[in-house]
Every structure is written in structure tokens, then in C-alpha cells.
Design a protein around this ligand. Structure first.
Ligand code: C5P
Length: 220
């Protein structure tokens, strides 16, 4: 069972995907964490993330390793635990530019396909282009959406206590990232034609999880 869960930031992709995978005994892959990890590696290794040629030249350098246990997903870049640093605003602000570079997408997409192929009991893979590009033959494709207000409120709640947050600034940063992710040339954020769209604006996390589990039961 291969499940692709795509959608913009703040729609509940990660919480939903992890919970569904844990409930059904499947592996879990956070592809955003992989793009964040390569971005973090570039920022800490002196690569100018706004120079697409420099990013392309460095794309194959770091080894990015993802742990796929939904109870404890991990992400390492060149052997260093990147799970904390990839969530900073610095990485969030730079990740769209890095992930728009085709050479980066080639490296990371290959990694994602290898991980999915090796998941014996199946896997829930969350991202932006899983249903359209990475795993177009997935057994189920879900596209999560939510209003801009709901997304900003959720993301603000997650950041609270970790970094100074402001609802307006969070909303603006999300909109900027979504615009960049949807308009890039290579593999943009887009609903696959055969994906089921779920608007999570008015739904609790439990309701979204239940909805996806029901869709998986139907697809099995
Ligand atoms: O899911 P998350 O918000 O952590 O993703 C961070 C960024 O990684 C996205 O804004 C996007 O630029 C990039 N990404 C991508 N393709 C994916 C997953 C994430 O380009 N499949």
C-alpha cells in the first residue's frame, strides 16, 4: 500500500500522515524534511542558496538519510542530526529556492523512490509532488487543502515557544512559500488528476485521520 499525501504547508499533512502510518503499521516519509535537510546543509556549508548554479553543483554532495518510523521519524545530513535545525525560519525561508533547482529534485526524488520501494508493509509519503511525479502509481493519492487563515493559525501554534511568532508574518511566509512551490517549473505543487481532495479547514485532526484511513480501506 503506497499512499501519497500532498498539499501546501499547514494543511495538517505531517500530523495526518504520521498518525495514519502508525495506525496501519506502515512506514512514513516526510519529503519536506529531506528538502529542508539539503537546504540546511547548503546554508551551513557556505553554498549561496540564491545561486541556482551553485545549488545545482552541490546537490549531490550531502548524504541525506531519513528514518521512516512514524513514531520517531529522523533526518540526517552527512551524519548530523538535522531534525532540530531544519525547522528554523531561516531554513523555511530558503527551502523553496533550493527545492526549485532541478538537480536537487533529481537527487531527492531518486532517494524517495528507493525508500518507497524498500518499505515492505507499505508507506505513507507526504510532500508536494508525490502523486504527480515521485509515485504516480500510488494506490491512493490525497490532496489536503485548508484556508489561509487556518493554515497560518496551525503553523503559528506549532512554532509557539520555539521562535517568536506573529500570525500575520506566518501567514505571509506561508503564502510566499506556496506561491514559489506552485509556480516553479520542475514538479510544482499541484493536485494530481486522480487525487482525492480533502479540505481540512473545518475538520479536527482526528476527523482528517479517519477520513484518510477510510480512503485507504476503500483503495486496498
Ligand atoms: O512539507 P514542508 O513544509 O516541510 O516542506 C518544505 C519545503 O520543501 C516546501 O515548501 C517545498 O519547497 C519543498 N518540498 C518540495 N517537494 C516536496 C516536499 C517539499 O519541493 N515533495
Amino acid at each position: 500500500m503506497i499512499v501519497a499525501i500532498d498539499g501546501p504547508a499547514g494543511t495538517g499533512k505531517s500530523s495526518t500522515s504520521k498518525a495514519v502510518a502508525a495506525k496501519l503499521g506502515l512506514s512514513y516519509l516526510d519529503t519536506g524534511a529531506q528538502y529542508r535537510a539539503i537546504t540546511w546543509w547548503m546554508l551551513t556549508n557556505g553554498v549561496d542558496v540564491n545561486d541556482a548554479d551553485a545549488v545545482a553543483a552541490a546537490a549531490g554532495k550531502p548524504s541525506i538519510v531519513s528514518g521512516t518510523d512514524p513514531a520517531e521519524p529522523t533526518i540526517f545530513a552527512d551524519g548530523q542530526d538535522a531534525s532540530g535545525p531544519i525547522r528554523t525560519q531561516e531554513v523555511s525561508a530558503a527551502v523553496s529556492a533550493v527545492s526549485a533547482v532541478p538537480e536537487v529534485r533529481t537527487v531527492i526524488t531518486e532517494l524517495q523512490r528507493t525508500i518507497a520501494a524498500g518499505a515492505e508493509r507499505g508507506i505513507v509519503v507526504e510532500g508536494r509532488d508525490i502523486g504527480t511525479t515521485v509515485l504516480p502509481d500510488a494506490d491512493l493519492k490525497v490532496f489536503l487543502t485548508a484556508s489561509a487563515e487556518a493554515r497560518a493559525a496551525r503553523r503559528s501554534g506549532e512554532l509557539k515557544g520555539k521562535e517568536a511568532t506573529d500570525l500575520g508574518a506566518t501567514r505571509e511566509a506561508l503564502a510566499k512559500r506556496d506561491q514559489a512551490d506552485s509556480s516553479r517549473k520542475t514538479s510544482p505543487l499541484k493536485k494530481a488528476d486522480d487525487a482525492v481532495e480533502v479540505d481540512t479547514t473545518e475538520l479536527s485532526l482526528d476527523q482528517v485521520i479517519e477520513c484518510v484511513v477510510t480512503l485507504i480501506d476503500k483503495a486496498a
